[in-house]
Each structure stands twice: as C-alpha cells, then as structure tokens.
Ligand binder design. Structure first.
Ligand SMILES: [Zn+2]
Length: 276
C-alpha cells in the first residue's frame, strides 16, 4: 500500500513539476485523446512563476461586420497578437490554466489565455494562420450541432487544428441555447450529445466547457461534472486566480471597442475599465 501511494506521489510530482522545469520534455505530444498540447513548447529560457491573476481573453468572430461588438477586424486581432509577442506575454493552454487555478501550478511569465467562442469559419481561415505565425496556443469552443453549417468551421477543419496540437477544442453545447429555458432532460442532452460528438468526430475525451450566453447554475454544473467536464468558462467579467472555482471562470471581453490602452490594461489589471 505504501509503495502504491509512493508511486502515485511520484507520478503526480513528475507530471506537476515536469510542466515547469523541464520544457524539453514537453515536445512529446500527450498520450491522451485531449486536443492541444497539455503544456506548450516554449523556449527553455523562459521563467515560470505563480502569477496573482490571469486574463482569459474572450473572442468570437473575426471580420468586417459593422455594428456588431463581437466581431473584430483581422488587423486589430493581428495587432493584439503582435503586442503580446513584443511585450513578452505567453499564451497558455486550457490544461496549464486548469493546473494553475486548481493546484497553483506555475505559469510562464506574463501569461494570458486566448479563447474563441462559437466556432466561426474565420477561426480556421484567419485566426489559425495568424496563431501559427506567432506560435501561440489557443482554444476554440464549438457548438457541435452547427459544425459544418454556413459560416462555421467543419469537422475536417477541426481535425486539422487538433492535429496541430496548437488548438484546444472545447464544448459549447449542441445548439447554443439559453440553458435556463430548457427542461432538465434537454439540458442533459445539450451537454452529453455535444460531448459524444466531440468524441465521435475528433476522438476527444473533452474536459472543457463554455456556457452559452454565460448562463450557468449549480444544476448545470453538476451535469457537466457527470459528463466529465473539469473546467468551464463564463462571460462574467474579470480575471482568474489560484483557487477560482473552475466551473465559474470569469473572462475578459475583447472586441473592436477595446482600443490599445484598454487591451493593455485588460491583460493584467483586475479592475480594468468595463465598457458599457
Ligand atoms: Zn457562444
């Protein structure tokens, strides 16, 4: 028994410290069916520490549609990624964020987490090439019932992004409903059927979830846990820290109204200015 416990401890220690102090080991893709690298390959010279907080940036669509706050121009998005690179920011994976929030694991200096909601086609045609250029890991939350429909990514595009190990793919339900308007049975199906689609189409045992319209409650959280979800993001404004409840993570809205000064303060300031 003691031996068994010791083995467990050693495995836990190696996997925990391995993320931070032995970057070369991270070149090997994870053996699990999870998409994206669990931890990202970075220059071994980058130092790691436990930051007081991390911003999870929330993006939606990239394009030139006017009067839609959720649509951001490609030029603006590229400028932001260039800013992150020029100023030493390090985008982190969902798994790195999870280990930070739940275990206090160290993150690379100036960490930031980049998420895209809804699975728009531009996430593949515009965002993916830009992120490859910058070598930034990022996360896309897809509405599984809308994959392959007009203006949305296809399963083949998702398979391509998954194979890159750069993109983590998470669950954003089957049909993007307002969850509180559904029956218990319907809520259940929105969660389990989307999990099943991610498994069937991408081979994923997916642990990440994003609430449509940021609509969550304890009942939905229990259903997520039963379906194998370990962490979920909301649309509540704010940053996350060690000890944040992993099923109610706050995020930082990013849109065209977020100008340069606002973008910069949203990367590292807890009381950043909210745009009304
Ligand atoms: Zn959404």
């Amino acid at each position: 028994m003691l031996c068994f416990l010791l083995t467990l401890f050693l495995i836990g220690t190696v996997s925990f410290t391995g993320c931070s102090f032995f970057p070369a080991a991270r070149a090997v893709p994870p053996a699990s069916a999870q998409s994206g690298e669990k931890t990202w390959k970075r220059d071994p010279g980058i130092s790691y520490s436990v930051p007081p907080g991390v911003s999870i940036l929330m993006y939606h669509m990239i394009g030139n549609i006017k009067n839609n706050a959720a649509v951001m121009t490609a030029d603006n998005f590229r400028w932001q990624m260039q800013y992150l690179k020029d100023n030493g920011y390090h985008p982190v994976t969902m798994q790195e964020l999870y280990d930070y929030v739940t275990k206090g694991a160290p993150l690379p200096d100036k960490p930031v987490c980049i998420t895209f909601d809804d699975g728009y086609e531009d996430n593949y045609t515009v965002v993916y090439p830009i992120m490859k250029e910058y070598n930034f890991p990022w996360t896309i939350f897809v509405i599984t019932g809308q994959v392959g429909t007009a203006n949305r990514v296809t399963w083949d595009q998702l398979r391509d992004m998954k194979a890159s190990h750069m993109v983590t793919i998470g669950n954003h339900t089957v049909s993007h409903p307002k969850m509180h308007e559904l029956s218990q049975e319907e809520k259940q199906q929105e969660i389990t059927r989307s999990q099943a689609a991610l498994k069937q189409e991408l081979g994923l045992d997916n642990p990440w979830f994003c609430y449509p319209y940021g609509d969550y409650d304890e009942q939905i959280e229990s259903m997520l846990k039963a379906a194998g979800i370990q962490m979920a993001v909301t649309t509540d404004a704010g940053r996350v820290r060690v000890g944040s409840y992993p099923f109610e993570l706050k995020r930082v809205w990013i849109g065209n109204e977020v100008n340069k000064a606002r973008f910069i303060e949203r990367l590292n300031k807890d009381n950043y200015s909210i745009i009304s």
